[in-house]
Each structure stands twice: as C-alpha cells, then as structure tokens.
Design a protein around this ligand. Structure first.
Ligand SMILES: [Zn+2]
Length: 433
C-alpha cells in the first residue's frame, strides 16, 4: 500500500471539518446551548452578587490531602475563578465576603478524582462522569474524535465534562468505520492488510496529532470483552509498536497500550509505551522493566470485574479467571513502586463510578490512602497534571468531591459523592442518595 503520495494531514480546513463532525456526533454543541442546566443554583450568601462564576467556599468539612495523608477537621477551601485560592483549618483561611458557600459540615472533602482510562463518546457520558466524581480524565480513544469535542466542551463549560487528555482514534489494524471520520485516513481503506505497515501506523498517529490528540492509544492484544476474541492473541509486534511510539514521540506524545498477554505486555513496555492498560498477565521481568523505565500501569480492575457479571458464559469465566491474576499484578506493581493508576474503561453509554475502581484497588491490597492516590496524585502524574490536579491547595484546580463518610475507613463512600464541584461550579445531580 502507499499513503506517501497523499499530502500530509495538515490542512486547517480538514481539521475544522473533522472536529465539527466530532462535535455533532458527541452532541457537545447541543450541550453547550443548554449549559446552565447542569450547574446547580450556586449556594447563596448575603451580597453574593459580587461573586464571579467559579467562586465558591467549601466550608466545615474534613479535608483529606491525598499527597500527605494529612486530615484537617473543620476545613475551609476557597475557590476563586475556578482555582483554589486557599485551603486549610478555619483559623488559618480567610473567608472572602460575598462568595457562595457550600456547607460540608459532617462530610469529607477531597480533590475531584481522575479516571485515567475512559471512552467519552458523548456529552451525556461526559456529564455522567463528572457527576460520579471524575473531574479529570484520560481518554482511551473514540471512533470519530468525539473525545476531542468533549475536551473543548470542558474548556467552555467545565461543569459539563472532565478536563480531558484525548486519544482521538484507536491505532488498530482494522479501523472499520473510523476510516470515514477523516479524509486523511481514507487512503488507508485501499490497504488489504489494514493498519500494519510502518507508513500506515505512522499515518494514523500523525493524523491523530494533527487533529489535536494529547496521547496515542494503541494495542498489542485482542479484546477481553468480546467472547469471539482471544485477548492473549497478539495483533502488533514489538517492531510495529516501536513505530507507533516513535511517531508519537516525534509529535511530543506518549502512548497508552491495551495489553493482556505476558509477551504482549513485555513487547509494549520495551517499545517504550507510557502506560500499560489492563495488563492482566504482565510478568515479573516486565514489571522490573516498567519500574526502571517509569512505565505506568492502568489495570482497569472495574472492567475485568465487570466481566464476572456478564450474562455470556465465556466472558464470565474469563472475568473469574483474570480478576485474581490482575489483583496480584496490581499488588506486586505497587509494592515495586510502579505508578499504578485508576481507570474504569467505561464505554458504550455506561459510565462506572471512578470510586468503584478505587475500591477495587483497595481490595487488591493497597491501603485506602494509596488506593485514593491512584485516582488523585498518581493519576495526575500520569496525565502531566500534577501541578493542578489531585490535591486541594493554592493554585490547584477548584475540583472537589464531598462524601458522606471517612474514605480512609471506607473507600466505598467515593462511589456516591454528595456534591461534585468542577472549577468552582457545583455540578447538579451529583448526589446518588
Ligand atoms: Zn478502553
């Protein structure tokens, strides 16, 4: 096949057209037109007319700092224009006049959580993720760049979507209908063997970057969630993965790699991916290599646990066999000091609470504080957001969850946030109770 004869994917016009299509599919333009409905009426205080959008005081709760594990009772968090101005004990924080107050007495206050592997195809899914406490996220790819549209929605109306690192479209041998998403991909339709040659792999990576992807998503194995596929079968070789990583690096991007088999995990890590996704059968030698290289691990325990409940007997058996193996891998990786990060792998219109993944991290053997870190400070590091996400301190994002119990005693409270605040805006419908 030959894609070299086609002009490189740099046309501004193409980019605009493709992203407009993505926005239409994701429904983000429509969501923006009704934006205020997702933001709860801000709590009122006398004189609050002086407050700006994104100004909020969260007052009276017990504040947990995931970085230090420090707990502050009767804490005050002051958010101005979407950013934390101050956070700490009441006697050390000045409460500004005229700013709306969210009463958190009797509750615990934490930074908004991060879902480091989620497929956000629509504005509705994005809002659902925020309501369940994921105020930041990393996309695991979408079929038609919808995640890039969702990222723009988050910039314009932060209460509607998590701040998002986008993957654009999946770098996979068979692009299917995705090939229709972009005129710069259609030449690949002529190829008999799909996206396998070095130039085809490079092309998909480069088109993604040209459309605004922040990260590149690829795979080494088949899928676990489809009964007819063998997740231990390999779809890309070490050499092919190396092409993907090299093309991504030329664009300054990291790669996340869907992987299951021991050999597949090892090939992906040696090829230089930034993070291993799922990684059920990752071997000890590969884990040592990950520690040495700083490769992160996103086990998506929720996805594997979800297979157990499948009505399909093949998938249910796969889930039962895989889950204990994956938990052991998580425990070992964490003990070795590998960056273990929370991600739900939610897709297909059903968003799982990121708090469930934290709960499974704890069930795998991490302390409650370390489990909380996988969805806060550690996930922020993987996303390159460690200066602004994962803590509530001066200069950090004004993203907050309020929960009705002590998460250090029982992490399951994270599955049902009472309130979610995104960039200083109280998100409506966050409470499940
Ligand atoms: Zn995924």
């Amino acid at each position: 096949m030959c894609v070299e004869s086609v002009p490189p994917p740099s046309s501004r016009l193409t980019r605009r057209g493709v992203l407009a299509g993505a926005a239409a599919l994701a429904g983000t333009a429509a969501a923006l037109s009704v934006a205020p409905s997702a933001v709860a009426a801000q709590p009122r205080t006398p004189g609050s007319t002086a407050a700006h959008s994104g100004d909020l005081v969260v007052e009276g709760g017990t504040l947990l700092d995931p970085e230090t594990g420090h707990v502050t009772e009767d804490a005050v968090v002051v958010i101005r224009s979407g950013t934390v101005r101050a956070a700490g004990p009441r006697d050390r924080v000045e409460i500004p006049d005229g700013v709306p107050v969210l009463d958190a007495h009797g509750s615990w206050v934490l930074p908004g959580l991060v879902d480091a592997h989620i497929h956000l195809n629509t504005a509705a899914e994005a809002l659902d993720a925020v309501r369940q406490g994921a105020t930041s996220a990393r996309s695991g790819s979408t079929n038609f760049y919808q995640d890039i549209a969702v990222r723009e929605l988050a910039r314009q109306a932060p209460a509607l979507a998590p701040r998002l690192r986008t993957a654009g479209i999946f770098v996979t041998p068979d692009l299917g209908d995705t090939i229709l998403a972009d005129p710069d991909l259609t030449p690949l339709a002529r190829s008999k063997d799909g996206v396998r040659s070095a130039e085809a792999l490079r092309r998909v990576v480069e088109v993604n970057i040209a459309r605004g992807a922040d990260v590149i998503k690829t795979r080494v194995n088949e899928r676990a969630g489809l009964p007819e596929q063998d997740p231990l079968a390999q779809v890309y070789s070490y050499e092919q993965l190396s092409e993907v990583v090299a093309a991504a690096r030329r664009g300054g991007k990291g790669v996340l790699c869907h992987s299951y088999s021991e050999r597949g995990c090892d090939d992906a890590v040696r090829a230089g991916v930034r993070s291993l996704e799922h990684g059920v059968f990752v071997g000890e030698r590969t884990l040592h290599d990950m520690r040495r290289r700083g490769t992160a691990f996103t086990p998506t325990l929720s996805a594997i646990a979800g297979l157990v409940d499948s009505s399909n007997p093949v998938l249910a058996e796969r889930g039962r066999a895989y889950l204990p193996v994956l938990k052991e891998a998580v425990r070992t990786a964490h003990r070795m000091g590998i960056l273990v990060v929370a991600g739900t792998d939610s897709s297909g219109g059903k968003v799982k609470p990121i708090g469930r993944e934290v709960e499974l991290m704890h069930a795998a053997g991490l302390t409650t504080l370390d489990a909380i870190r996988t969805a806060t400070t550690r996930a922020a590091r993987l996303l390159g957001l460690e200066e602004t996400v994962g803590r509530l301190d001066r200069g950090f994002a004004g993203d907050v969850i309020v929960v009705d119990g002590d998460p250090l005693a029982d992490v399951s409270v994270l599955k049902r946030p009472q309130h979610v605040v995104r960039a200083g805006l109280v998100v409506q419908g966050a409470s499940a109770s």
